[in-house]
Each structure stands twice: as structure tokens, then as C-alpha cells.
Design a binder for this molecule. Structure first.
Ligand code: ADP
Length: 216
């Protein structure tokens, strides 16, 4: 890290932004095999949150790899660096008071743990999209499994590279057999139960709901 760098402490803090927004900021980290439903679910959850007045942003493979990580490939080091950058970026979004939703295979426990360790306890919510590989392969949304089986893609997660199932994910969704909306509401229910967002009946900008979100 470069020397002579001093973190500027802003008067507008995360807490003030959260209070203004009426919800906490955090990362919803969707992980699972290709085709498991991470992106579909992340966008559905975002829609619901947006309708409830929350500030959100979805990071997924395409929007990140076109810019922020356009210099990175799919080697082990590059995958690790890709996840690290997404983690750091998500952390800044938390500071900005935004709910960051990320949809990356992120197959390695170590990399997911790295992101978890970047932020405060409770700010990293791991959502395991639990879809059996047979179902992912049947969906084959982008035709990638077929190409991987044909040997055209090397180190393809689930085929020729491992996927390490989360051991302590905050939320496990059955994206293999349940409807998208059922899974999305499971995530939303978790957020309400853990006081990350207000329950739908409460006004999103009422000061009492914000106070309760911050533990009074
Ligand atoms: P990923 O981002 O994990 O690679 P995608 O979201 O691109 O997966 O694709 C998943 C596919 O599975 C989509 O065609 C989606 O409509 C379908 N699908 C079926 N059930 C679900 C569910 N419960 N959650 C998310 N996607 C689902």
C-alpha cells in the first residue's frame, strides 16, 4: 500500500446515510453454481427492496468484468483478485449507505471468507443458491455446461473445478425447485427479521423504524 495515505473522515457518515435512507446497508452475497439462479434472484430481491424505498445496486459478472475487472481472466489468481475487488467495492457501497447485492459463483470458501472479513459482523449476508448441478446443467442458460463437457472451457466450476458449498451461510435458498418469488421473499423475510430493513407496514422513512433498525 502507498505511504502517506490518510483516510479522510467525512462528516456525512454511514450512520447518517442509513438514517436518511431508513434502512441499514449491507452486502447480500449470492453464491452458487453457474445457472443456480444467483443473478435472477439478486435482481428479483433488488426489485422488491427498490419498491420498498431501499437504495440498492446489483453487481454481477458482466457489469464488473466489463470495467472494474476487465483486466482479469479466470485463472485461480485472477478469480481471487476479482472477488477481492468486488468485496472492496461492496464495502464502499456499505459506507455509501447502499445495499450491495452480488451475484458471483465465488466457489472458494477462502475468497468468501476474505470478503466477510473486510466488513463488520452482520454486514455480510451469504445467500447460498442451492441448485443441484443436474438442474443447472439442464437449464444451461448460456450453453456453458455443454461447452465445458466438450472440453472447450477449462476449469469450469462443477465440471472441472470444485464448488465449495457454504458451511454457515446466513440464508440457504432452494433455487433448484422453488419459484423465484418464494426464494426472494425468504431473503426479504430474513432481512426484516434481522432488522436490516423495516417491515412493510412501517413507513420507510419514519424515524421510529430507523431508530429500531439501529437498536433504538
Ligand atoms: P446464475 O446467475 O446463477 O448463473 P441465472 O440467474 O443466470 O443463474 O439463471 C438461472 C435460471 O434458473 C434462470 O433461467 C431462472 O429463470 C431459472 N430459475 C428457476 N427457478 C429459479 C429460482 N428459484 N431462483 C432463481 N432462478 C431460477
Amino acid at each position: 500500500m502507498a505511504k502517506n495515505i490518510v483516510w479522510h473522515s467525512a462528516a456525512i457518515t454511514r450512520e447518517r446515510r442509513e438514517k436518511q435512507n431508513g434502512h441499514q446497508s449491507f452486502i447480500l452475497w449470492f453464491t452458487g453454481l453457474s445457472g443456480a439462479g444467483k443473478s435472477t434472484l439478486a435482481h428479483r430481491v433488488e426489485e422488491i427492496l427498490h419498491e420498498r424505498g431501499c437504495r440498492t445496486y446489483v453487481f454481477d459478472g458482466d457489469n464488473v468484468r466489463h470495467g472494474l475487472c476487465s483486466d482479469l481472466g479466470f485463472s485461480a489468481e485472477d478469480r481471487q483478485e476479482n472477488i477481492r475487488r468486488i468485496g472492496e467495492m461492496s464495502k464502499l457501497f456499505i459506507e455509501a449507505g447502499v445495499i450491495a447485492l452480488t451475484a458471483f459463483i465465488s466457489p472458494f470458501r477462502r475468497d468468501r471468507r476474505t470478503v466477510r472479513s473486510l466488513v463488520h459482523k452482520g454486514d455480510f449476508i451469504e445467500v447460498y443458491c442451492d441448485t443441484a448441478i443436474e438442474i443447472c446443467e439442464e437449464r444451461d442458460v448460456k450453453g456453458l455446461y455443454q461447452r465445458a463437457r466438450a472440453g472447450e472451457i477449462i476449469e469450469f466450476t462443477g465440471v472441472s473445478s470444485p464448488y465449495e458449498i457454504p458451511e454457515n451461510a446466513e440464508i440457504v435458498v432452494d433455487t433448484g425447485t422453488q419459484e423465484v418469488d418464494v426464494c426472494a421473499h425468504q431473503v426479504i423475510d430474513y432481512l426484516v427479521e434481522h432488522e436490516k430493513i423495516a417491515a412493510p407496514s412501517a413507513s420507510p422513512d419514519s424515524s421510529s423504524s430507523v431508530a429500531s433498525l439501529h437498536g433504538g
